[in-house]
Design a protein around this ligand. Structure first.
Ligand code: GDG
Length: 468
């Protein structure tokens, strides 16, 4: 089994001082790395100011080497806040109106990718398998190829890939698609994203599908696939069960006194549909007066990307909106929305999901959405809650027991909340069982194994990609 090299923008370095469990992705990739031995390289999150970033900081943990690099202020501004978060993120979430394209940022993005490649090359062995993650690092393989790297390189896009008409609004779309063709395997969350990629290759006349996930572009053959990411289902269900003893979870439960709780958990991000969701909840309360004073909606929203202007503005908008609804509908003994603009520890989160009768997950667009899966995994199978899920989340393709909604349709979402709150136990159990069985079978370890199997299998079959 060849060594594994993972590259992602940020690296979840294990923190021995903190007992908090890592998220599912970190758990799965660490397991794959420790099975094969390997390296995880990425940005430290620190800036070196105007100075050149010094040596990599290296941390050894068993047979995993974590390698972190600082970036200059300019790099952080152009590559991370600029092109990744102000161009690729909005475009991939179908928000052309928010894309703020600048040549300087685009140049910075490619420059930092080259810099990552330069840092990686001296660490590589000829038979390492390389797995690159997410939209920050699309050009990494083409940079590595230019430096003579012949290893197997896979790429997984965690966010959606929009159709050609949206993608092509980005001035450098051809470079981006071209860059993807330098991988041996390009993985997406859903078949829709994969179809959009093939559509973009064909529309631009720069590639074509050869069938069976095989693609050809720029004189290379490579593969595309969809690999819906999962969570660490069994472990997460265990946290949720044990969290009943946690003091914060107990306080939340006591404060509800058997009245229904609705939960939303999202990074503060415009893709997550928070303002539309609050509108839908308000509509639900106005149309169902018997739930006034009865139902409570808890929204947990850690801050995110506050350096990007849209995110800063959104922080104000959501807080004002929650305040307005509470002001208009609240009573002397009832607050309709409990809004926490900070993060809670993962086991507490699991316990809160389990308390909630409804999981409200209504992004306007989402690659997958792990909150939807975590909510289901956390439920008590004897008295499970109901998942209300946006049809525009990748998770909607798998979560067949959810009530699917169109988050642009405020009335429709309000009706789904009412239906979820009133759903009889038998129906709740049947819907939950379907989803839980799926999540147990398709957990994050399986996702990781499936991707790595497809990335390495041709190698074993001696069918190395060749020029067409
Ligand atoms: C990207 C894609 C794709 C949230 N609040 C707290 C907290 N969280 C954790 C959740 C969940 C994670 O953050 C969020 O994951 P999502 O999948 O919902 O969304 P993104 O961050 O946008 O992730 C997405 C994902 O990549 C994986 O491929 O599914 O589509 O956009 O795990 O639990 N965790 C803690 N406290 C919080 O307050 N501890």
């Amino acid at each position: 089994m060849s060594r594994l090299v993972v590259i992602s923008n940020r690296v979840p370095v294990p923190d021995k001082k903190k007992a908090a469990p890592a998220g599912g992705l970190a758990v799965a990739l660490r397991a794959a790395l420790s099975e094969r031995g390997g390296i995880w390289l990425g940005w430290s999150g620190n800036s070196s100011g105007d100075e050149n970033p010094g040596d990599l900081s290296i941390l050894e943990d068993g047979n995993i080497t974590y390698a972190l690099t600082d970036l200059t202020d300019r790099d952080v501004e152009e590559y991370y806040h600029g092109f990744a978060n102000r161009v690729l993120w909005p475009i991939c979430h179908y928000r052309l109106d928010l894309a703020d394209y600048g040549r300087k940022e685009m140049t910075g993005y490619f420059r930092v990718n080259r810099f990552f490649a330069e840092r990686l090359v001296p660490m590589l062995k000829p038979d390492d398998t390389i797995w690159v993650h997410d939209y920050h690092l699309i050009p990494l393989a083409s940079e590595l190829r230019q430096m003579g790297v012949k290893n197997r390189i896979g790429f997984f896009l965690h966010i959606p890939l929009p159709p050609a008409d949206v993608l092509f609004a980005m001035p450098v779309h051809e470079e981006i698609i071209r860059a993807l063709a330098h991988y041996d395997l390009v993985g997406f969350q859903t078949d829709h994203d994969l179809a959009n990629f093939v559509g973009a290759l064909e529309r631009e006349g720069i590639g074509r599908s050869l069938g069976n996930g095989r693609l050809a572009s720029f004189e290379r053959r490579f593969r595309g696939g969809h690999y819906p990411i999962g969570i660490e289902t069994a472990a997460f269900a265990g946290f949720a069960e044990r969290a009943a003893h946690n003091s914060m979870v107990r306080r939340a439960r006591d404060s509800m006194a058997d009245r229904p709780l609705i939960i939303g958990v999202d990074r503060l991000d415009y893709s997550k549909g928070l303002t539309q969701r609050i509108d839908a909840y308000e509509r639900f309360i106005l149309e169902n007066p018997r739930h006034q004073g009865n139902v409570t909606y808890l929204q947990v929203t850690p801050k995110s990307r506050s350096e990007v202007p849209e995110y800063e503005a959104m922080q104000r908008t959501v807080a004002e909106q929650a305040g307005r609804v509470n002001g208009a509908l609240g009573t002397v003994d009832w607050v309709p929305i409990r809004y926490m603009n900070r993060s809670v520890a993962r086991p507490v989160l699991a316990g809160l999901y389990r308390l909630a009768r409804v999981g409200l997950v209504t992004p306007m667009r989402d690659g997958m959405n792990l909150v939807a899966k975590e909510y289901v995994a956390a439920q008590d199978g004897e008295n499970p809650g109901v998942l209300v899920l946006s049809r525009f989340a990748g998770a909607a393709r798998e979560m067949s027991g959810a009530l699917l909604v169109n988050p642009y349709d405020i009335e429709g979402t309000a009706n789904a909340i009412a239906r979820a709150i009133d759903m009889p136990l038998d129906e709740r159990k049947a819907r939950w069982r379907q989803m839980m069985d799926h999540l147990l079978e398709h957990d994050v370890t399986r996702w990781c194994d499936d991707f790595l199997r497809d990335l390495t299998e041709e190698e074993q079959a001696g069918d190395h990609p060749e020029p067409v």
